[in-house]
Design a protein around this ligand. Structure first.
Ligand code: PRT
Ligand code: ZN
Length: 223
């Protein structure tokens, strides 16, 4: 593959992480000019460009070497590590970024008895995170059916397609609105800077080291 001399960072095109991610990069001294199709931001001062994509595509783009780094939720990164396939290059969480905080939790209907993980034995749990849920169920030694859904997970118990759910929770408002009760937290998540385990041994690697230093400065000031 032809090597690039500019650093390319993947970030969410439009969603919860877009504005805080851009804000963070701006605080690191980077400025961008957006392409007409709004899929690409060209770095004006430093040799750093942005690719704007769906958050779910970010780990794959890094694993394929299309992008050098990505700003993505730990939930999406860890799910990719578990389900990305044998060819997927292992990725590394270089820095937690302090925004996009949420948790991946199991929630059950109010009328379902729940005291411990074994209560999920023989039940169906709906989720968009089959890798993370499956991994947790294995560590608990529980035999539970994982129902994978792309969205609207929280209504699965009402529809009768699952007995419980495993989904992202922030304020808890969505759970309350659907008469669900949070019973287990599987993962504490926030946006992270993701990249390959080994940094490129060229100018891009040097640029990443510089960016990490600036990020540490910006994050320290914020804390
Ligand atoms: O289009 P694209 O695929 O890029 O966007 P998306 O719709 O998949 O992602 P988006 O923008 O919703 O979320 C991006 C990332 O933000 C997630 O991967 C998480 O890392 C993080 N994040 C933080 C959240 C939430 N908080 C959150 N509350 N992602 C989703 N939610 C949803 C959750 O799924 C549930 O439906 O909000 C609801 C729960 O919120 P509360 O406040 O009612 O508990
Ligand atoms: Zn998504």
């Amino acid at each position: 593959m032809k090597t690039r001399d500019r650093l390319r960072i993947a970030m969410q095109k439009s969603g919860r992480l877009t504005e805080p991610a851009l804000d963070l990069l701006t605080r690191c001294g980077l400025t961008f000019r957006q392409s007409r199709d709004k899929l690409f931001c060209f770095g004006e001062g430093e040799p750093v460009d942005l690719l704007l994509v769906r958050d779910d595509d970010i780990p794959g783009l890094i694993a394929q070497g299309v992008c050098d780094l990505g700003i993505v939720g730990r939930n999406v990164l860890n799910e990719f590590q578990l389900t990305g396939g044998v060819d997927a290059a292992p990725l590394h969480e270089w820095r937690p970024l302090g925004f996009g905080r949420c948790r991946l939790s199991i929630a059950v209907p109010h009328d379902m008895a729940y005291e411990r993980a074994s209560d999920l034995g023989g039940q169906r749990v709906a989720t968009s995170y089959p890798g993370l849920l499956g991994d947790w169920l294995r560590t608990q030694g529980v035999d539970t059916q994982v129902v994978t859904l792309a969205g609207s997970v929280e209504i699965a118990p009402k529809l009768g397609t699952a007995d419980a759910i495993c989904d992202l929770v922030q304020s808890g408002g969505t759970l309350v609105a659907n008469q669900l009760r949070e019973v287990e937290v599987l993962l504490e998540s926030e946006a992270v800077l993701a990249g390959p385990q080994t940094l490129p041994a060229d100018e891009r690697g040097d640029m990443i080291e510089l960016l990490l230093k600036r990020l540490d400065g910006v994050i320290q000031v914020r804390e």
